[in-house]
Design a protein around this ligand. Structure first.
Ligand code: HEM
Length: 427
């Protein structure tokens, strides 16, 4: 690695106005430090204003296009015929060219029509409104249990005690996974997403491999148990009995990939929306006041929190033919990144976009769940979970106050918060 270049880039990022002075042709917005330092806003604002479809000729993950405004992101996301999820995978890290087979795992998020629809159709009833209504009382019970056992008046890390714990409980509910082992789901999700290609930091690949094997074994066991039983409405049972997915078990990469898709899909994303929401309300205290006075705003607030946080920073596609997008010639084989985080701060769609506005009229137009055929399958489940959490928080606490430094993760795929020190103030 060229250490001089690395130092120069790091220096650029920490400098306050470097985003305004650096030449656009040198922009590489995929650097994980941007998100680690939460210093990405001005870089993307400049791209949106001056070159919304931008080519980065060189990065750790090779050249790539950045799609940064709301309209262009929707155009790419709704055109799977030109922009494939299957050819190169869905993140900036190339899934096929990698030496690491666990980066090549298959899942329906990385497929194109017509394969995609068949697999999604089998799993999606598990998160359909009727099934969610069945899950709601159990999720509420588990939320209340978490909140009732929090330390009041002393500092603790909200991420660990609430965001992670709640998502672990929700995932265990969704899979009907052994409840006492629920934190394993979090660990497996973490090792799946924390790869050097997106974090910029080395990981113990052997431990990762071992963890993923343990995950596969646990789910293979569950699969066989559920396959031998009558179908139920948990995800594993649905996959094991689904006409188009029941043979998935014969293909370990496909099997592991789809399980991990559901774990990762439901874990990092919801976790960080929960943490981000607390942070946002603290940054905009007038909005916290608004919430106190208007608790009926909670459902809209949840959408706005997800827009504001945008836990999935980007999704990647690969062009399968030459294509002109917003005046730029994308070539067949090019890597195309849809920066959802940037699309959700597009001022032409969301005035005062950097601000959380809990009664924002068009909060639901955000692209944090993507757009088109791959639009997040678990979006209603995620919203339900966060809604229930805020309903129950409001009943108990006047404020969840952020009292210390926020620690973020270096990752250009997941916008993650690792540490959020808070103190609870009861009514
Ligand atoms: C706030 C929480 C969440 C956010 C922000 C989020 C975000 C996303 C995004 C950006 C995509 C890709 C969309 C695209 O390519 O157009 C996606 C897909 C997906 N998500 Fe979520 N997600 C969340 C929660 C969940 C939950 C709770 C589940 C639970 C099962 C889940 C399961 C999935 C699945 C299975 C896909 C693949 C859909 C497909 O390819 O057809 N997500 N999600």
């Amino acid at each position: 690695m060229n250490t001089t270049a690395t130092t120069a880039k790091t220096a650029d990022i920490t400098s306050a106005d470097s985003a305004n002075t650096q030449a656009l042709e040198d922009f590489d917005v995929s650097r994980p430090e941007l998100f680690h330092q939460d210093n990405w806003q001005q870089w993307f604002a400049r791209l949106r204003n001056e070159e919304p479809v931008h080519y980065c000729k060189d990065s750790v993950n090779g050249p790539y296009w950045s799609i940064t405004n709301h309209a262009d992101i929707k155009a790419v996301d709704s055109n799977p015929g030109v922009f494939s999820s299957e050819v190169g995978g869905i993140s900036i890290a190339d899934s096929v060219a990698s030496d690491d087979p666990t980066l090549s795992i298959e899942a329906f998020i990385s497929t194109d029509p017509p394969r995609h629809a068949a697999q999604r159709k089998t799993v999606s009833p598990s998160v359909a409104p009727s099934n969610l209504a069945n899950m709601e009382p159990l999720i509420r019970e588990r939320v209340i249990d978490i909140l009732e056992n929090l330390p009041v008046g002393e500092t603790f890390n909200w991420v660990d005690k609430v965001s992670i714990e709640l998502t672990a409980r929700m995932l265990a509910t969704l899979f009907n996974f052994p409840y006492e082992d629920r934190r394993k789901l979090v660990y497996w999700s973490d090792i799946t997403t924390n790869v050097p290609q997106v974090t910029g930091i080395a990981v113990d690949m052997e431990a990762r491999q071992q963890g993923l094997q343990e995950c596969a074994m646990a789910f293979i066991k569950l699969w066989h148990e559920r396959a031998a039983q009558e179908p139920t409405f948990d995800l594993i049972s649905m996959l094991a009995h689904g006409e188009t997915t029941k043979d998935m078990i014969d293909n370990p990469f496909l099997f592991l990939g789809n399980i991990l898709l559901l774990i990762v899909g439901g874990n990092d994303t919801t976790r960080n929306s929960i943490s981000g929401g607390v942070l946002a309300l603290n940054q905009y205290p007038e909005e916290y006041e608004k919430l106190h006075d208007n608790p009926e705003l909670i459902p809209n607030m949840v959408a706005e929190m997800i827009r504001w946080q945008t836990p999935v920073i980007h999704m990647r596609r690969t062009a399968t033919q030459d294509y002109n997008l917003n005046g730029k010639n994308i070539k067949k084989g090019d890597k195309v990144l849809m920066w959802y985080l940037s699309g959700n701060r597009d001022e032409s769609v969301f005035p005062d976009a950097d601000k959380l506005i809990i009664d924002r009229k068009n909060a639901r137009q955000h692209v944090a769940f993507g757009f088109g055929i791959h639009r997040c399958m678990g979006n209603r489940l995620a919203e339900m979970q966060i809604r229930i959490l805020w309903e129950e928080i409001q009943k108990r606490f006047k404020k969840v106050e952020v009292v210390g430094e926020v620690v973020r993760v270096p990752n250009n795929f997941i916008r993650g918060i690792a540490d959020l020190p808070v103190v609870l103030h009861p009514h």
